[in-house]
Design a protein around this ligand. Structure first.
Ligand code: DGT
Ligand code: CA
Ligand code: CA
Ligand code: ZN
Length: 560
């Protein structure tokens, strides 16, 4: 049975919250909250009943619900969402701060987020403001810190690791992760797990060692917080609705909203329980059937961001995305000669076990002084690699280096030394705060160096630790396309660099990419899966990725 009840209830609740924040009459606020509860608990699908038959739902509310059912929103809600910025609503999640005070801070002091409030307190701007003594300030700062700890997004590596543990830990007939993780976003707000199985699974889940705190628990959904501070929602869904549930909870919200427009035009209904034409189930068990019934092929989750994928699917013009199977090698890896922890022999053996047909060793170059690299050491490593080659007739070993792009765009070694390497990756490892103009010139100069094949982790960001550098990326990508320099997709999950929006931009400029692990240890080699996620989110095909090419084509690209 299709149920729109929860979505309708959530919209009414949100409306009540915003209405209260903007000074709405308390009696009406309560009547919206009551109606939300009544609809959530109503046994029939609200989309298939006369809304007015729900106790506690009067004429005004019924109208809003009807509009919501038609288009996924209603005018008064849209208006209030515009009036109250998202950051102001986040203010109300600070434990000691109510809605009235939040709006007061916004209107009187321009404080429009928890971050802005912390700053205002730091600057003493709350001194002397009625109702905000030193004790209150202290509590607010504590609350903001708590909010930051619990609402921070984590990078995909942390989330994937946890999600795979959860999926393996529960006694389900069927279980999978959905949400932003299935879409392979580089950061994840919370983990959404769907399962088919006994209700007792909820108790098993709550007792798991990774659970730090149970936030909410019912028969259909349990939310917990893990010790990493990450929220996990487990939903038990009917076996017959598996496909519809996966479709709904994979999102993105924007993708689902767009899809629903097509559903509504057909006079159908789509929910987490299925695609319905009146009482007839059009599709429910298989996700693919939902898309097929709407006149399109199954859309890969990595594309579901409402970035043109629905139009492309309707024209049957989805790209054939690059997959992990397409990768034939890795062009950026380290050993214990510099800052890796595994030997050359161990890294090469592990790469071979992954089925690669070529593999580049690219330890750091001398200008990264900490690594104490010298030309002699590099040449010695080259000889060792050449001897090792005899043991791997079906995998070509490439000797490379990861150069440092100096502030002026030059790199560590003179041209004749560079020419001796099979692969040169060049990366920024210092002077991250140059001006946009300087940084742009720096990258363009590196691209123009005929010995540089790949720009490593271009933005240099570390998620949660270091922001990306500032550069005119259009200009950098034009230079890369013109000079035939590949941009790296560094798959290390806390780097995820380039990020997918910049990959998409570079792709438009005609740039090619190298999806590398940047491994510093054997297990890191498997991180290429995250780079594949980024590439897919940017609509890349195997032809766009130089390490998906056969060896001969790659060697031509490298000028070998
Ligand atoms: P996150 O957790 O911030 O990294 O991003 P998501 O995409 O995982 O978002 P989340 O966890 O809030 O919800 C999971 C999916 O459920 C979301 O991608 C789409 C679906 N969903 C949730 N709420 C709504 C909604 O109000 N409307 C629609 N159409 N879909 C929703
Ligand atoms: Ca999520
Ligand atoms: Ca969620
Ligand atoms: Zn590097």
């Amino acid at each position: 049975m299709a149920r729109a009840n929860d979505a309708v209830a959530a919209a009414l609740e949100e409306y009540a919250e915003l209405f209260a924040m903007t000074g709405g009459d308390a009696f009406r606020v309560r009547s919206y909250q009551k109606a939300a509860k009544a609809i959530a608990g109503f046994p029939e699908d609200i989309a298939a009943t006369a809304v007015r038959s729900v106790p506690g739902v009067g004429e005004a509310i019924a109208k809003k619900v009807e509009e919501y059912l038609e288009r996924g929103g209603f005018r008064q809600l849209d208006d209030l969402r515009e009036k109250v910025p998202e950051g102001v609503r986040r203010l109300t999640r600070i434990p000691s701060l109510g809605p009235k005070k939040a709006v007061f801070l916004f209107q009187e002091l321009g404080v429009d987020s928890p971050e802005a409030l912390a700053e205002a307190i730091g600057q003493g701007r709350l001194r002397g403001v009625k109702g905000f003594g030193p004790k209150t300030e202290e509590n607010l700062l504590k609350g903001i810190e708590q909010l930051e700890r619990t609402s921070a997004r984590v990078h995909v590596g942390v989330a994937m690791d946890l999600a795979e543990r959860i999926v393996a830990s529960l006694p389900a007939e069927r279980i999978a992760y959905a949400g932003s993780l299935r879409r392979m976003k580089d950061t994840v707000g919370d983990i959404d797990i769907l399962a088919v199985g006994p209700v007792s699974m909820m108790d098993d889940f709550k007792a798991m060692p990774y659970v730090a705190e149970v936030i909410a628990s019912g028969e259909k959904k349990t939310s917990v917080r893990t010790h990493e501070g990450l929220q996990v929602d487990l939903r038990v869904v009917p076996a017959g609705s598996w496909g519809a549930a996966m479709q709904y909870f994979t999102g993105s919200k924007e993708h689902n909203v767009h899809l629903r427009e097509i559903v509504v035009k057909k006079g159908w209904k789509l929910s987490e329980y299925g695609l319905f034409d009146g009482d007839r189930v059009v599709a429910a068990e298989h996700e693919e059937d939902v898309y097929r019934a709407l006149g399109m092929p199954w859309i890969p989750p990595t594309l579901r961001e409402d970035g043109g994928e629905i139009a492309a699917a309707l024209r049957d013009a989805l790209p054939v995305l690059v997959t992990e199977d397409d990768l034939r090698g890795d062009l950026h890896t380290h050993t214990d000669l510099t800052d890796g922890i595994a030997s050359l022999e161990d890294m090469v053996a592990a790469a071979h076990a992954r089925g690669h047909s070529y593999y580049a060793v690219t330890d750091h170059a001398p200008d990264l002084a900490m690594q104490r690299m010298t030309l002699d050491k590099a040449l010695e490593q080259r000889e060792r690699l050449q001897r090792l080659q005899a043991s791997y007739p079906d995998m070509r070993l490439l000797h490379g280096t990861e150069l440092n792009i100096a502030p002026d765009g030059s790199v560590d070694w003179p041209a004749e030394v560079l020419a001796g390497f099979d692969v040169c990756v060049a990366s920024v490892h210092s002077h991250f705060t140059q001006s946009r103009e300087e940084m742009t010139r720096r990258f363009v100069a590196a691209c123009e160096n005929p010995h540089v094949h790949i720009i490593g982790h271009p933005t240099t960001r570390r998620i949660g630790r270091r922001p990306p550098v500032d550069a005119d990326w259009d200009e950098v990508f034009r230079a890369a396309a013109r000079t035939g320099t590949a941009m790296e997709i560094d798959s290390f999950p806390d780097r995820s660099d380039l990020p997918s929006d910049l990959v998409r931009l570079a792709h438009h400029h005609g740039v090619r990419f190298s999806i590398d692990s940047d491994a510093h240890a054997v297990p890191h080699l498997a991180n290429q899966r995250f780079g594949i996620g980024i590439a897919q989110r940017a609509w890349l095909t195997a032809d766009d990725v130089i390490n998906a090419w056969p060896l001969e084509r790659l060697l031509t690209f490298l000028g070998r």
